[in-house]
Design a binder for this molecule. Structure first.
Ligand SMILES: Nc1ncnc2c1ncn2[C@@H]1O[C@H](COP(=O)(O)OP(=O)(O)OP(=O)(O)O)[C@@H](O)[C@H]1O
Ligand SMILES: [Mg+2]
Length: 242
């Protein structure tokens, strides 16, 4: 479905991603792991069209999208839920969600039904539709960021460090949502600092190190050889058990 080949991304003269190959098959859950500065966010932004690619290619269903602007990739079904959630704090939850669907040119009635569809399983958002996004708790804001991504009717969702700063119980709720979405056929790529959690959820994983893929393979195989993964990860923060 999504195929990244020989991806290089530089910030000015400084290389951040140096030849990454990555494949995401339809319906798969992929975990992208790696130390701070390994190039995870840079890779996701390049996939979403938010950063220019220095070399290499990105394809969706065989079509080259390497130089396609972000909005066109969104139309093709690639949604990014950015690190730090990318919220406009003064917008209401309803407005934030509506923005997620702006490129679909829906009627008011269609937006309403999409809002209902997306928030159906997120009661905490449903109760707070008229509240300012910035006044939500951290967990609610992360749910909102994912929900906003879902409003674009994506085929694949790229989620950057969704667990950052959240309590374990909230992280569990978030991954319950990911499991449900995956069951419904959504393809998910998640960047995660909690290795055990990510490998428990994903089908396959890529461990990045210094802008390259250091290790990749089946998530359960990687989970069974922790020394392999640990070699490329800093000491894990307090482990989260789901
Ligand atoms: N805007 C930028 N300008 C210059 N260098 C950058 C910029 N953004 C990232 N970098 C550098 O590129 C490298 C990869 O950064 P990136 O944000 O992709 O890492 P990451 O794996 O997402 O890390 P983290 O786990 O801390 O989020 C780092 O060395 C970083 O300092
Ligand atoms: Mg990052």
């Amino acid at each position: 479905m999504l195929e990244v080949q020989g991806l290089h991304v530089n910030y000015g003269p400084v290389p951040a991603v140096r030849g990454i190959d990555l494949v995401v098959n339809p319906g798969e859950a992929i975990a992208v792991l790696g130390r701070n500065g390994a190039g995870k966010t840079t890779t996701l932004k390049a996939m979403a069209g938010l950063l220019p690619v220095t070399a290499g290619s990105i394809r969706i269903d065989g079509t080259d999208i390497t130089n396609l602007p972000a909005e066109k990739r969104l139309k093709l079904g690639i949604a990014l839920v950015p690190e730090g959630r990318g919220m406009f704090p003064q917008l209401s939850v309803r407005e934030s969600l509506t923005m997620g669907a702006y490129h679909r040119k829906l009627s008011h009635a269609e937006v309403r039904s999409e809002l209902a569809r997306v928030t159906e399983r997120l009661p905490r958002l449903t109760e707070r539709l008229d509240q300012a996004s910035g006044s939500l708790s951290g967990g609610e804001q992360q749910m909102l960021a994912v929900a906003r991504g879902l409003m674009s009717a994506p085929r694949i969702i790229l989620v950057d460090e969704p667990s950052l700063g959240l309590a374990p119980i909230v992280i569990e709720q978030l991954y319950d949502l990911f499991v449900d979405l995956k069951k419904e056929g959504l393809t998910i790529l998640v960047v995660e600092q909690y290795v055990e959690l990510a490998l428990g959820f994903a089908d396959r994983a890529y461990v990045l190190d210094k802008g390259e893929v250091a290790v990749s393979g089946g998530a359960s195989e990687l989970a069974a050889s922790p020394e392999l993964v640990e070699a490329y990860l800093s000491a894990a923060p307090e482990e989260v058990h789901s």
